[in-house]
Every structure is written in C-alpha cells, then in structure tokens.
Design a protein around this ligand. Structure first.
Ligand code: F6R
Length: 365
C-alpha cells in the first residue's frame, strides 16, 4: 500500500529515517554506545585481516562504500568484485579470511553463485541481506540483517541506506575486535551513527529545491556524477538511480579520473553533480569542480554548510546539508541523489516503480 505517496519509491525514500534507525538498533546498543552483532549471529572479526566483498548493482555500491569503512575503521584490507566477475575470475583468494556479500533480495543469481563459490573454496562467509528467509541468508555462515522492510520500488533506496548503516556499524565492531578502535572512539562513532535518522530528515528539506533542479535535468540527455573517497560510490549510485528510472544517460566517476577522459564531454549542456562533503578530500574534489566550471559545465554541488562557504566557484545550484561526522555522509548524501532521480523521472513521466526492462530480483545469470 502506497498510503499517501504517489509511488512506492517515494514512500520508501521517506521511510529511511525509521528503517535506518531500526537497522542501526540491531548493530548498536544505543544505551551503552557499544557496537554489537545482531541476535544469534556468530562472527569474529578478531582474526580477519583481509576480506573479499561482492554484490550486484546498488548492493555493489554499498559494498564499495563498505570498503572505505572497513579499511579506515578496522584496518581490514578489502578486495571487491561485482558478483558476475567474482564467480569466474579465478582469484586465488590468498589470505582472504572472510567473504562478505550484500543483497537486498537474497536471491540474486550471481551473488548466490559467488557465495557458493566462496564456500567451495573453503572461505568463511557472511551476507548482509534484507530478506531473512532468502537463499543467500540461509546459505551464508553468518546472515547479517538489514531491517528495511519490504522494498517494492525496483530502484533500491531504503535497502541501500540500511546496507550502508549495517556496514558502517560492522566496521566499527570489527575495529573494536581487532583492537584498532578504543572504547572512546567506538562511543563517538556510534553516537555519530545514531544521528543518521535525524540527518536524513534534514535532507528531506531540500526536496523543493531538488524538484526544481530535476525539472531542468529533463532537458538534458546526459549527466555526470563525481565524488571522491567514500563519496565515489555515491557518484556511481546517483548515476545508476538516474539512468534506471529517468532513462537519462548518466555516469559516475571518481573525481580524480575526470581529467583522464570524461572531461572531454564537458560543455554548457552537461550537468555535473559533484558530491563533496567538507571532509579530508574536499579541497581535491573542489579543484576537479573548477576544471568543470572552466569548461562551462553546469555544476550541481551537494555539500554541507562548511563546504558551501569554502567552495571557490559558483555552482548553478548548491544543495546544502548540515555539517555531520564523516561516517554518516554516505548514508545521508544518498538521499538527495535518490530524490533527484525520483523527481526527474516523475517530470519525464516514466514508470517510476516499474522501469522498463528491469526486474526487482534478478534470479537468472
Ligand atoms: C538498483 C537495483 C539493482 C539491485 C541488484 C542487486 O536500484 O535495485 O541494481 O541492487 O539487482 O539486487 P539484490 O540487492 O537484491 O541482490
């Protein structure tokens, strides 16, 4: 039931403060500020030094973000593959202590095959899954839940932010178990994560501004998304969301890759969405933004209050989120990108919840 919403996707975007909060509650004891594993899950990160992560589509972008979390907070090296490559790549998997899969449905054929491949190779496996009775949840050694509830819209929204939440909290748990994070740091990070629902609600306030940007977006046939660090996977996810429901051709790039090719595409007709929270790589991203501005590209900057003040070039539009701890930015910055894709598709008149050629669950290779 869509309730008062026009589409399931819109409803699911708006459910995010609640379901992200629920998911976080499974991985963090809010009273003590300690990270934990949900329910009966048995998984020990203490001896994990290297992980292999694999998933498809949006789940893959969540896993790619997870790599930033795990490498930074737990000092666990992460290999990453889309599942359709992992299963055939013939990686020796040397030194891999744990294989971690991410899937909303828990039924994606390539991800399931990759899980079975990892098990056959003798690896310990874990899977972050939204459907607890799914095949992947049943077959993984450790099933790690996201509590997004049923996701009906084909374009994933709330499942993605819940995956990011679980990955962020797990990386903190792993950091503690590996002795890389002190109790005080754990408390600070979990406190930061507990702000996610409120920050997502703040992002909703940008909706009318995003709607106006989306109206303009419909006049373009192409768009570029740029991000650095943990905002790089968001650039990929923002581009995927836009192309799958509005059919506008969009590509996401690591901002530093701009000058290695895609800069050739930039002219006055090219919207460039720059995702740049005021973090450790902000200055670098901004210098890439200047390269876009110098070539007349139409910049849509997604940043925070500090970033908006520090940005040296005027963007065609600036979406300003509140300043927030770094661990939160992937979770919160996903939301304006979802809203941008949603409103562009609505203006284009496409079938938002059932985009052409796509299925909610891809159970064939
Ligand atoms: C994009 C989208 C797909 C899925 C992918 C994996 O919005 O929904 O890219 O993320 O098909 O599906 P799951 O997560 O069910 O394995």
């Amino acid at each position: 039931d869509k309730g008062n919403y026009r589409h399931f996707m819109q409803k699911e975007i708006y459910e995010q403060p609640e379901v992200v909060g629920h998911t976080l509650g499974a991985y963090v004891d809010m009273t003590s500020g300690r990270s934990r594993l949900p329910g009966e899950v048995a998984l020990d990160f203490g001896a994990v030094r290297r992980m292999a992560l694999s998933a498809c589509g949006t789940g893959y972008y969540a896993a790619l973000t997870g790599r930033y979390f795990f490498e930074r907070y737990a000092r666990i090296a992460c290999d990453l593959d889309v599942a359709s490559e992992f299963r055939y790549r013939e990686s020796p998997l040397d030194g891999v202590d744990l294989a971690l899969f991410v899937s909303q449905s828990g039924e994606t054929a390539d991800t399931l095959a990759s899980l079975r491949y990892a098990k056959a190779a003798g690896l310990k496996t874990a899977a972050i899954v939204n459907v607890p009775e799914s095949t992947i949840a049943r077959e993984a050694d450790a099933a790690l839940p996201t509590l997004a509830g049923p996701e009906i819209g084909v374009a994933s929204t709330k499942a993605f932010t819940c995956q990011l939440t679980a990955l962020a909290a797990l990386s903190v748990r792993a950091g503690v178990e590996r002795g890389r994070i002190s109790g005080a740091e754990e408390a600070e990070l979990t406190r930061a994560l507990s702000e996610a629902p409120r920050m997502i609600a703040e992002a909703f306030k940008l909706e009318s501004q995003i709607e106006a940007i989306a109206r303009e977006m419909t006049t373009h046939r192409h768009a570029l998304f740029l991000g650095r660090g943990s905002s790089f996977p968001l650039a990929l996810e923002g581009a995927l969301k836009l192309k799958e429901i509005s059919y506008i051709h969009a590509e996401g790039y690591a901002a530093g890759e701009l000058k290695h090719g895609p800069i050739a595409l930039i002219d006055e007709t090219m919207p460039v969405i720059v995702i740049a929270p005021y973090d450790g790589v902000f200055e670098k991203t901004v210098s890439n933004m200047q390269e876009v501005a110098a070539r007349g590209g139409r910049i849509i900057l997604v940043t925070d209050e500090k970033g908006a003040k520090a940005a040296p070039v005027a963007a065609a539009a600036t979406l300003v989120l509140p300043d927030m701890p770094e661990i939160l930015t992937p979770i919160v910055y996903a939301v304006p990108l979802q809203m941008l894709a949603y409103h562009t598709a609505v203006h284009m008149g496409t079938d938002v919840d059932q985009p052409r050629n796509l299925a909610k669950s891809v159970t064939v290779e």
